[in-house]
Ligand binder design. Structure first.
Ligand SMILES: Nc1nc2c(ncn2[C@@H]2O[C@H](COP(=O)(O)OP(=O)(O)OP(=O)(O)O)[C@@H](O)[C@H]2O)c(=O)[nH]1
Ligand SMILES: [Mg+2]
Length: 465
């Protein structure tokens, strides 16, 4: 009797342990994983926002089928270790390059895209199928893309405003994910507020210290002297260490964050920006279908005090790596004398829609590494805008850089308000066309049009200074 009772008791305990184990396994398997979509396409049906705060993604997500293990930065040489080893992009590893127009798609995704793309053409102009459908979820395909924001916890209310505008004007129908990156852990308020506003999934990543600190080859004393001197001369952010880390991170590391390895395209959004017009089509899809790698809405001249030797470093890179310089590049946008000097034109990188695979390419990584070794992020105050722009201008054929006239945008103090009255009406824009910076004297957008032999949009003359 006693023995039978004991056996039964032990059996119950064993069953309970098995169930508890199973429950623990199931509840932890998905919890820390990031949504990995190697195929590169989701349909609108697949992406659901459950309104929950996504858990902090791990620094090294589990390798999944079709992707490669993300690269962990080596401790000895922080800036270098991940560079050579970094995969061009996990998804692309087993994805042979597609012909122009579909770079980055796997074969099966291409089929999906053809199917959905044909059924749901991009609504590029009034009267196109789907143009009036600004409610509900867009039925077309989704690209493997995400919004990305670098922010501090204190930026929460300013980024909340930006998100609301991006959602209202575009993402509420497309539900793309949003990745938030920070050099400190995000707090609960930040996560709650942002996840409640984003219609796609949200991911919160902490930046590894190696990507947000002085590399060992930087002479700290020399860097400090530069900051003191720039402070005296009143150069904006001239005495800031964190601003320099931010510029270096945006120049060379954000696209290698483990969470970002899951995506092929990004749209950068900063706090306090505005979007002034409805977006009827998916710009990520435009990037893919038109085979664009980088895009902008505003361009201007950089402060010369922040980049005295950036062009010398660039020329050194060009000499050492002629194999990376694209034929038919946009040097004409960057230089008025065939590359001898830099005219300081750059795309304003607080807005960018671009290819992460391009930023992760050997060409761009070699470019960034070469600049980083020269130390100008700390011995001067090189911004990520000229660095991305010179990279795009020299490493990409000019056809791969896009200007989005339709995306109306503001970041203090400049406005891009679409040129063309009919466009502004069609897109229900609320920006003042007189504030459009594109054709003013300090903008470089005219140069971009000229360098590319593009025709300026109708009405541009009326918006000159
Ligand atoms: N986590 C983190 N993010 C930062 C830090 N400094 C800047 N950022 C973010 O980096 C981006 C660029 O910084 P901003 O301060 O907007 O720089 P800016 O656009 O040149 O200057 P503003 O005119 O002040 O907007 C923004 O998305 C900021 O939220 C920092 O120290 N930590
Ligand atoms: Mg800003």
């Amino acid at each position: 009797m006693m023995a039978t009772g004991n056996t039964r008791f032990v059996r119950y305990i064993a069953i309970a342990v098995v169930f508890l184990g199973l429950y623990y396994f199931l509840s932890h398997t998905d919890y820390h994983s990031v949504d990995i979509r190697p195929g590169g396409l989701n349909t609108g049906d697949v992406k659901v926002n459950d309104g929950a705060v996504s858990p902090e993604a791990p620094m090294a997500p589990q390798p999944q089928e079709g992707s490669q293990a993300p690269v962990q930065p080596g401790p000895e040489s922080p800036a270098e270790a991940p560079i050579k080893e970094a995969p061009a992009a996990p998804e692309v590893q087993d994805t042979p390059a597609e012909p122009a127009g579909h770079a980055g798609y796997s074969g099966s995704s291409k089929l999906l895209e053809d199917q959905f793309g044909a059924e749901h053409p991009l609504a590029m102009s009034p009267g196109a199928p789907g143009w009036d459908n600004l409610e509900g979820t867009d039925p077309g395909p989704r690209m493997n893309a995400t919004f990305v924001t670098l922010a501090r916890n204190s930026d929460v209310w300013e980024i909340a405003k930006s998100i609301r505008q991006v959602e209202d004007r575009f993402n509420k129908r497309f539900n793309y994910d949003w990745v938030f990156l920070n050099d400190k852990p995000f707090d609960d308020t930040f996560k709650q507020v942002t996840s409640s506003l984003v219609s796609g999934k949200t991911h919160y990543g902490e930046i590894p210290e190696e990507h947000w600190s002085f590399p060992e080859w930087i002479d700290q004393e020399k860097a400090k002297k530069v900051r003191d001197d720039m402070k005296q001369r009143g150069i904006i952010y001239g005495d800031s260490v964190s601003y320099r880390h931010m510029c270096r991170y945006e120049s060379g590391f954000f696209f290698r964050h483990p969470i970002m390895l899951n995506y092929e395209y990004y749209w950068r959004v900063e706090p306090s920006i505005e979007l002034y017009c409805d977006l009827h089509y998916d710009p990520f899809r435009v990037m893919v279908e038109e085979n664009k790698k980088y895009s902008f809405v505003l361009s201007l001249y950089e402060y010369p005090e922040t980049i005295p030797t950036l062009w010398d470093s660039t020329k050194k890179f060009m000499k050492n790596h002629p194999e990376h310089i694209a034929e038919g590049n946009t040097m004409k946008f960057l230089s008025d004398d065939g590359g001898e000097t830099y005219n300081r034109c750059h795309f304003w990188s607080n807005f960018e829609i671009g290819s992460l695979d391009w930023l992760r390419s050997d060409a761009y990584i070699d470019f960034f590494t070469s600049l980083d070794k020269d130390g100008g992020f700390f011995y001067e105050r090189w911004g990520d805008a000229p660095v991305h722009s010179i990279g795009a201008g020299l490493l990409l054929p000019k056809e791969e850089i896009k200007f989005f006239n339709d995306i109306a945008y503001y970041h203090n103090p400049f406005t891009h308000c679409p040129t063309g009255e009919q466009t502004r009406i069609d897109l229900k824009c609320h920006c003042d066309p007189q504030k459009n910076f594109d054709w003013k004297g300090y903008s470089c957008t005219s140069r971009f049009f000229e360098a590319n032999g593009l025709e300026k949009p109708q009405g541009w003359e009326q918006q000159k200074d």
